[in-house]
Design a protein around this ligand. Structure first.
Ligand code: DER
Length: 223
């Protein structure tokens, strides 16, 4: 599909972006989702040019191992050269909404350990104001109803993502009806609700660079 062609193009651009940075002892942080999967599949070409990877989901870990790439526990590394991952939305400041694939908490952890966050996305993810895509919030199961009531007070319309348990054993609320004019402020407020594990706003720590797939080619966007 045309969107898959754009995802493939940005994955290739990410491979070219990281190639000159690789060293034999480098460890890479790897995201989750269909765009990240295109990147993982190309990473096999470079597997003798870096040491290992840390994955943000069991699914990505398995995909890497299938390619013969060593997957390390996040606790085994002190710093990752780079974190490469997709997004559900990005605004011009490279504040992101992530979590469409329910992996947001581990994505945020691996991203926090990385020196640089390279986001790869097709142009459908580019927005002026975040919030058309419902904001995923990972919640401790017993706190789901309390957190939902608190999110309503913040102007959101939380919907329980039925049938989904995260890799961490928690549940997800997808918050609709938000127009996020101050992503850093909202990310902080949601983090402070008791029972919230993490939320899908990557604004306190935004992407460092966005490789955006467009019909005119891949754009390299910095905040
Ligand atoms: O769940 C996630 O955070 C994914 O990275 C998501 O944001 C992007 O998934 P996609 O590449 O399949 O659109």
């Amino acid at each position: 599909s045309p969107q898959d062609q754009l995802k493939h193009a940005v994955a290739r651009a990410a491979i070219e972006y990281i190639k000159p940075k690789l060293t034999p002892d480098a460890v890479l942080g790897i995201g989750t989702g269909s765009t990240a999967n295109f990147f993982i599949d190309m990473l096999g070409e470079l597997k003798y040019d870096f040491a290992a990877a840390v994955a943000s989901s069991d699914a990505s870990a398995q995909r890497l191992q299938t390619l013969g790439i060593e997957v390390l526990d996040c606790n085994a590394v002190s710093e990752l050269l780079v974190y490469v991952d997709g997004a559900d939305e990005s605004n011009p400041n490279l504040h992101l909404i992530k979590g469409g694939g329910a992996a947001l908490t581990r994505e945020k952890i691996v991203c926090a350990v990385a020196r640089e966050f390279v986001c790869i996305a097709d142009e459908s993810k580019w927005v002026d104001i975040l919030g058309r895509f419902p904001l995923p919030v990972e919640v401790i199961p017993m706190a789901r109803s309390f957190v939902a009531r608190e999110l309503v007070k913040l102007g959101g319309a939380p919907v329980y993502r039925e049938g989904v348990i995260t890799d961490n054993g928690n549940v997800i609320l997808d918050v609709h009806n938000l127009q996020i004019l101050n992503p850093v402020e909202l990310e902080t407020k949601i983090n402070q609700i008791t029972g919230v594990v993490a939320n899908g706003l990557f604004a306190i720590k935004p992407a460092d660079v966005l490789l955006l797939g467009t019909k005119e080619g891949v754009k390299v966007i910095r905040p």
